[in-house]
Structures are given as C-alpha cells and as structure tokens.
Design a binder for this molecule. Structure first.
Ligand SMILES: NC(=O)c1ccc[n+]([C@@H]2O[C@H](COP(=O)([O-])OP(=O)(O)OC[C@H]3O[C@@H](n4cnc5c(N)ncnc54)[C@H](O)[C@@H]3O)[C@@H](O)[C@H]2O)c1
Length: 407
C-alpha cells in the first residue's frame, strides 16, 4: 500500500518553497480514527494530488483497539497502526501528530507531542477547560521558539465562501460591521432515546453544544471580524437530562443548547445561538454580518454560496445576490474543478492540511494558532460563568494582561 505522498509537478506552487532541500518525507501520526479520523485521513490521502505540499507519509494510526485500528489503518491509507500514542511520540520518524481524539485527551497529547518536537494539528475545541487551553498555548509558544508548529482545526476558515467573506470585510465592502448573528443548528439529539456518548458527559467533553459547535461559530466571528471579545453574557440549557447508557439510564451533564451575546473591542455586537435540538437543521452554521455599507449571509448547508448585499448601490437596486464561490479566482478553488463545479464539507480539511504542511515546511506559524484557540476557549468559559450567574455580563480581561500573551 503506497502511504508516501509527493505532489505531481502540475499542482499549484504558490505555497511550496521549492528551494528547501528535499529532506525525507515528513512522518505523520494520527490519533483517533472515527468521525474526524476519517475526514482527516481523506484529506491526508488526497492533498498532494491537488496542492503542492512537502512530501509526507501517513505513517501510523493510533487507537485503543488493536484489531479495529489496524483495519482502519488499512482502509484509510496508514502504513502502520498502534495502540499507545506515547510510544509513537518517541519515534524519530514521526514529525507531525494529528489529534482526532475526544477533547479530554487534547491537552495531554498535544503538550507531550510539542515537548517531543512534533508539529501538532489538534481538533477543536482546543481543550475541555480554560486551564488546559492555557497550558497548551504556553507549550505551543515554547515549541515555536524551537521551530515546532501548532494549529487548531477550525476547518470552516477553509470554506472558500467564508475565506471570500473575510476578504470582502477586510476590503471594507461592508463598511463598519455593527451587528453579527452566528447560529449553529443541528438536530441529532432530538430523539430523547438517543444514547449516551462521550459528548454528553462533562468529564469527557468539557461542555455540550457550547464547546462542540459554539466554538466554531465564535471562531468565525473572530476570524471574519478580527478584534477581541470584551464582554459576554450567556445561557445554557439541557432539554433531555437522562439518556440510555451501557448500564441503564445515565445523567446528561452538558448543555443541549447555548445562547450568548458578545461585545467586541471593535464595537460590534454578536449574538451566538447553538443547538443540538433544532429539528430539521442538520448541520447549519448560519452567519449574518451586517455593516453600514453592506451585508453577508452564509449557511453551511449551502457551502458553495455567499449572499452579498451591496448597500452602496441605489436602494431600488439593492438586494442580496448569490455568489457561487467556485471560480478559479476564489480562495482554494484553482486546485479543484472548472467554475460552477461545487465542492463539499470534506474539502475544508484538505485545505486545512495543505496550509498546515505549507507552514511546517516554511517554518511559519500556521493559523488558527493555539492562541486563537485560547481566545475562543476564553469566551466559552465566560459563557459558562455567565450562565451560572443568571446570564450576567462577564468582562473578559484584555488578552495582553493574561499569562499567555497574544491570546
Ligand atoms: N472540525 C470539525 O468539524 C469537527 C467535527 C466533529 C468532531 N470534531 C472534534 O474532533 C475530535 C474528535 O471527535 P470525533 O467526532 O472524531 O469523535 P469520535 O468519537 O467519532 O472518535 C474519537 C476517536 O478517538 C479514539 N479514542 C478515544 N479514546 C482514545 C484513547 N484513550 N486512545 C486512543 N484513541 C482514543 C476513538 O477510538 C475514536 O477513534 C473532538 O475534539 C471533536 O470536537 C471536529
């Protein structure tokens, strides 16, 4: 089975520093092989066919069950499998560790990997607690001094339509952004008999819809607008408090839905609303960005489209126009198909891994960094604190006063 990946000469050469000495392929290890493990494996497997990236090898896949992880390694293109992630960190032929395990494992694995000199890609949210996220960020900063890179998997930054939205906002096409609505709606928990999973237990997940999907929505607000959050008020709610577990009913100890209002130091106010109980909404990250010169609309369930209203044209001509973000000139799209040929959710991971490999190769810090992951984690913690205080407004210290500068 060929697990080595070297890009064909035709792929785009925008990011790859061809002058860099062609060292041995980067050895990649991944921990976890279920939902995210599958999505990331798909990306590792095809990225070199579409983008010019440094040579790498899908070396080892790690999981708990030897038989199952060996089968997954075979299926997803990994050369080997293992059941002990610590032993993998001792290997000299491993340069990159991709963490696709549940949140309670992120801090321990990421910090150990960075200290072992491995570049780290970790799934979101950064950690289950603020303290863990701060410790991870300090480890990332120390590692960066040694040329070791780290990135968090907020993959929706790599949706071409959202990358275009960021460009339009940065170009001033919306003017001053005043009001933002960010919602992430799913319905996989509507059935009260849907069984317990690690996601519904605070010890393994840290929080529920808050950490799982509000983290994406909050990251998008910060990605699109920049700035930092200075004030937060929040509310959490669990609609179904007990679910069938392996040995009878088990208590659900996390939120099914969360609401928050964020004040940014730019003067923008953002509302964030997330739910796992929104019947009929399957995976709908909705973003509405309102400025004094224009507005943008996005829905992940129509991932190739961006709604844009230009309020600088005469009022009688104003209206949201639908931009099909599939032109070669749109972010990432030159690597895929001719205009109008749509792409999917899974392409965002290929874009993410392409950018991560380019940063590792170029010795430049990739984004989103752990510091950016920590900025989201601070908001998550403030929402929880506010929810426990009757939704009172929580002031967030300016990032520059914290121990972890630049977060
Ligand atoms: N970026 C996204 O869009 C997105 C989507 C879903 C999940 N996630 C994040 O990805 C991470 C993983 O979520 P998932 O949905 O893939 O979870 P999952 O339950 O589908 O998979 C978890 C994997 O971790 C493995 N695992 C669990 N405990 C382990 C241990 N002790 N040692 C080794 N392996 C272990 C399991 O065997 C499984 O392969 C979470 O942080 C989640 O928030 C991100």
């Amino acid at each position: 089975m060929n697990t080595a990946h070297t890009p064909p000469p035709s792929a785009d050469s925008s990011t790859f520093n061809t002058s860099a000495p062609a060292g041995p392929p980067l050895g990649v290890a991944m921990i976890g092989y279920a939902f995210m493990g599958k999505a990331h494996s798909n990306a590792w497997r095809n990225v070199a066919s579409y983008f010019d990236v440094p040579a790498f090898e899908q070396k080892v896949l790690v999981g708990r069950d030897a038989g199952q992880v060996a089968a997954a390694a075979e299926k997803y293109g990994w050369a080997e499998s293992a059941t002990d992630w610590r032993s993998v960190l001792d290997r000299d032929d491993i340069d990159i560790v991709d963490i696709c395990a549940p949140g309670w494992m992120h801090a321990e694995i990421a910090i150990a990997a960075l200290e072992a000199g491995k570049h780290v890609l970790v799934e979101k949210p950064l950690a289950n607690t603020l303290a863990e996220a701060e410790a991870m960020t300090e480890a990332a900063q120390a590692a960066r001094e040694r040329g070791v890179q780290s990135m968090i998997g907020f993959n929706y930054r790599r949706v071409p339509a959202l990358a275009l939205a960021k460009e339009l906002i940065a170009e001033g096409r919306l003017g001053t952004v005043r009001h933002v609505r960010a919602a992430y709606l799913q319905d996989w928990l509507v059935d009260s008999d849907s069984p317990m999973t690690w996601r519904l237990n605070k010890e393994t997940a840290g929080s529920g819809a808050l950490g799982d999907i509000a983290s994406h929505a909050i990251d998008q607000v910060l990605f699109l607008l920049g700035g930092t959050v200075t004030e937060v008020s929040g509310r959490l709610h669990t609609f179904v408090t007990s679910r069938p577990g392996a040995h009878g009913p088990e208590e659900v100890t996390v939120d099914d839905a969360a609401w928050a209002t964020l004040t940014l130091d730019t003067g923008t106010i953002a509302s964030v609303e997330v739910s796992r109980m929104a019947t009929g909404q399957k995976n709908s990250l909705k973003l509405e960005i309102y400025g004094d010169k224009g507005s943008l609309l996005f829905d992940l369930e129509a991932i190739n489209e961006l709604g844009f209203l230009d309020a600088t044209v005469p009022v009688r001509e104003q209206g949201f126009r639908r931009i099909l973000v599939n032109e070669p000139g749109h972010p990432y799209m030159a690597a895929w198909w001719p205009q109008g040929h749509v792409i999917g959710w899974e392409h965002t991971f290929t874009h993410e891994i392409r950018d991560f490999l380019a940063a590792v190769n170029g010795g430049t810090p990739p984004s989103p960094s752990f510091e950016e992951g920590l900025a989201v984690q601070r908001v998550l913690a403030a929402v929880e604190e506010s929810a426990n205080a009757k939704s009172s407004i929580i002031q967030l210290a300016s990032p520059h006063t914290s121990a972890t500068e630049g977060a």
